[in-house]
Design a protein. Structure first.
Length: 330
């Protein structure tokens, strides 16, 4: 089977640091992860990526960026050029320019710090998002940054400030203290000032008065992520990357973790086992080479079909690889 057609399922938050994670897995009904265990029996570990748990780019984003050809194991932390790839894909722009994702968001102010609320909770409509972009654009232009609308929850920002500037993924910051994840490089000073300016602008702006009257959270800040420029071979062509694998990265486990909904987390695993995992198992059983990447908050492990000898297949039946043990290693 050629690499170009290799099916690859990449699962974010297959493991996490929450205290409820392990008890949730241990309490799953029997056979919930049966197909995952069967799939792993026919695989071997081909790559492990383990980094500091405070890394700006979480394991699933690093793994996905490598699978898409956007990064390597040597790519600096916080410089997965997601925004540059979007610019090439949707704007047919990019070249040697530097880009960032800008996410309109709500910072929930606590006694001593602010936490980042899931942007999806804002339920921004396109017209609201475009109006907000137009409101904020003049302030960004002062620092040589041009904003481009992409979706209600995500804009593209073009500017030299983002070249070589490491930034934290939203998946690192959601429901956490934002202070620990703000860009701290010397070149980030204008962006920190912009965030302060936008917080002051939006605090009493009619835009948020309307949202308040509708019972919606105010938009009171923005998050910067996905910074950098495309690798040279992609920047020269200014074209979107064609993945070398059939990549699927379901977000159901991640969404449950961010909500701290452990019943939903258990159900998400059951759905994955009966869906994407079952699909991989069927293709592996049919003789295809398939890949599976399981991601935690500290590391990611990638497994690939292994053509075991008959004796190895028999021995693995009597000494099966314990699925929970694999997940505990993430």
């Amino acid at each position: 089977m050629r690499l170009e057609s290799t099916p690859h399922v990449l699962i974010p938050f297959a493991a996490c640091s929450a205290a409820a994670w392990l008890p949730t897995l241990e309490s799953l009904p029997p056979n919930t992860l049966k197909r995952l265990g069967q799939l792993l029996q026919g695989m071997h570990l081909v790559q492990t990526d383990r980094q500091n748990p405070e890394s700006l780019s979480p394991p699933h984003e690093r793994a996905l960026a490598r699978a898409l050809g956007l990064a390597t194991l040597q790519t600096p932390d916080g410089l997965m050029p997601w925004a540059a790839q979007d610019a090439a894909t949707y704007l047919q722009a990019g070249g040697d320019k530097a880009w960032a994702w800008i996410t309109p968001c709500h910072w929930a102010v606590r006694h001593l710090h602010a936490t980042l609320t899931d942007p999806a909770v804002l339920e921004l409509r396109e017209d609201e998002s475009r109006a907000l972009l137009a409101l904020m654009q003049p302030y960004f232009e002062t620092d040589g940054i041009t904003l481009h609308y992409l979706t209600p929850e995500r804009w593209l920002a073009e500017g030299e400030l983002f070249r070589g500037l490491p930034t934290a993924s939203l998946d690192r910051v959601l429901a956490r203290n934002v202070d620990a994840w703000l860009p701290d490089a010397k070149g980030a000073a204008p962006l920190r000032r912009l965030q302060n300016e936008m917080q002051m602008l939006l605090y009493t702006h009619p835009f948020n008065d309307v949202r308040d009257s509708q019972g919606k959270l105010p938009v009171n800040s923005f998050w910067i992520s996905g910074t950098g420029d495309l690798p040279l071979h992609n920047a020269e062509t200014v074209t979107p990357i064609t993945p070398k694998e059939q990549i699927s990265a379901p977000r159901s486990l991640a969404e449950a973790v961010f909500r701290e909904d452990w019943a939903a987390y258990a159900q998400a695993w059951a759905t994955l086992d009966a869906g994407e995992i079952a699909g991989l198992l069927a293709r592996q059983s049919a003789g295809e080479t398939v890949r599976l990447t399981l991601c935690g908050e500290d590391s990611a492990q990638t497994f690939e079909t292994h053509r075991a000898s008959p004796w190895r297949r028999i021995s693995s039946f009597f000494s099966p690889l314990r699925t929970l043990d694999v997940l505990k290693q993430l």
